[in-house]
Design a protein around this ligand. Sequence first.
Ligand code: NAP
Length: 496
Amino acid sequence: MGEIGVFASIVAGDTFKYYSEGEWRVSSSGKSVPIINPTTRKTQFEVQACTQDEVNKVMESAKIAQKSWAKTPLWKRAELLHKAAAILKDHKKPIAECLVKEIAKPAKDAATEVVRSGDLVSYCAEEGVRILGEGKFLMSDSFPGNERTKYCLTSKIPLGVVLAIPPFNYPVNLAVSKIAPALIAGNSLVLKPPTQGAVSALHMVHCFHLAGFPKGVISCITGKGSEIGDFLTMHPIVNCISFTGGDTGIAIAKKVSMIPLQMELGGKDACIILEDADLDLAASNIVKGGFSYSGQRCTAVKVVLVMESVADILVKKVNEKVGKLTVGPPENDCDITPVVTESSANFIEGLVMDAKKKGATFCQEYKREGNLIWPLLLDNVKQDMRIAWEEPFGPVLPIIRISNVEEGIHHCNASNFGLQGCVFTKDINKAMLISDAMETGTVQINSAPARGPDHFPFQGLKDSGIGSQGVTNSINMMTKIKSTVINLPTPSYTMG
Ligand code: NAP
């Protein structure tokens, strides 16, 4: 079957359907949500604006389906995930094309996201078989006062219904990083994709449908987060929320009931450059880390803290590389593409204008056409500028010159965020001390911050999140421990 044929059932006229009880459906709301192409700024797709009744139906079917899914043998759950992963990778082309149109992801990166997602699903299936196939056996007499009369058997059991809410920047990858651990662990899963990115996510969900997952095990509700978000996150059937996004996550954490939360939120990843750093290596990483996907990555380098004595040379090297970045539409695989929405572009512009007013040095002229912002390096950024602290989520990178390393660590730790950080030096001892001092979930030595490989632990401190992700940690997070204790007769009992 051709690509259109495979995905024909997920669309009705101009509007994509939502996925409920194993079927693609049209919402009774009669309303749709437009998805604006960031490049053309015109409506590219439309998705259903689901109603509260439809959310209730999805939740109820997810709850029922989970009971038998949890009893499906682990190897069979893994087999289905492997199947979904293969289908996903087979259909990377149409899915990548949606990513290009919905979120202006450069064409090559879009294809990479789909392949990486397939690999993540397969890895999760394998890891799940290993870690969920094991339990623990404990005996009572290791604790003071106890005889060997109690045998405790523990295993990991699913939580129930997991609600997954990913952000726009990796709508496929950050969806499967929640879906695969939830499903292998025996949970059912309800996905609420980001509006920008929803159509790519719906295509991905269809790959799970084609793999043959039982109805209700995976569902997908579409609609604006601001309209159905509260109803979804506060739904009594939801037993766990895995969310990735911005400050919205903090608001959700304050509203929801006593359920496990996995929150991957914003970051202001700092890059500290010492005097002995390999400045060519640092410059390459700053440009790749700061400007890939136009800076719209949680782990993008978002502030450079460089020792004054090497700052001029570093800025020159970074500028040379920034000058070579291609700027234009994602279809042409340009390095810098339009940012996701007009309001994002306006926000970035606000940070740039604030820095201009307060005297930052512009290494390039500020240039914007629609949502497209040309890459910009701001040197001599000072503490009173918003860009020193806020996350632009765009192709604009501030440089702060420091006179000692403590100043850099202090700036990093004064941030509300604590996702990742990095340090460039040839002295491993210094690097280790700096890593210990930086209050972030991860510190990279001599490389830009990065989430992957996807089985590495990934976590944010402070406002950057709760809990640790990565394949193994996510599977564990989406389970709870169940114990069964065998009580033997007391030792005074004699076998007759
Ligand atoms: P966002 O605005 O917070 O949206 C994230 C998701 O939440 C979207 O699916 C959105 O749906 C939904 N949402 C909005 N309002 C909601 C509500 N009231 N209740 C429930 N869900 C709601 O973030 P974004 O702009 O998509 O992504 C950028 C942010 O994500 C940045 O701050 C970035 O640092 C962060 N991020 C973090 C990580 C990490 O791993 N730490 C990774 C990637 C991105 P709609 O699209 O329909 O509004």
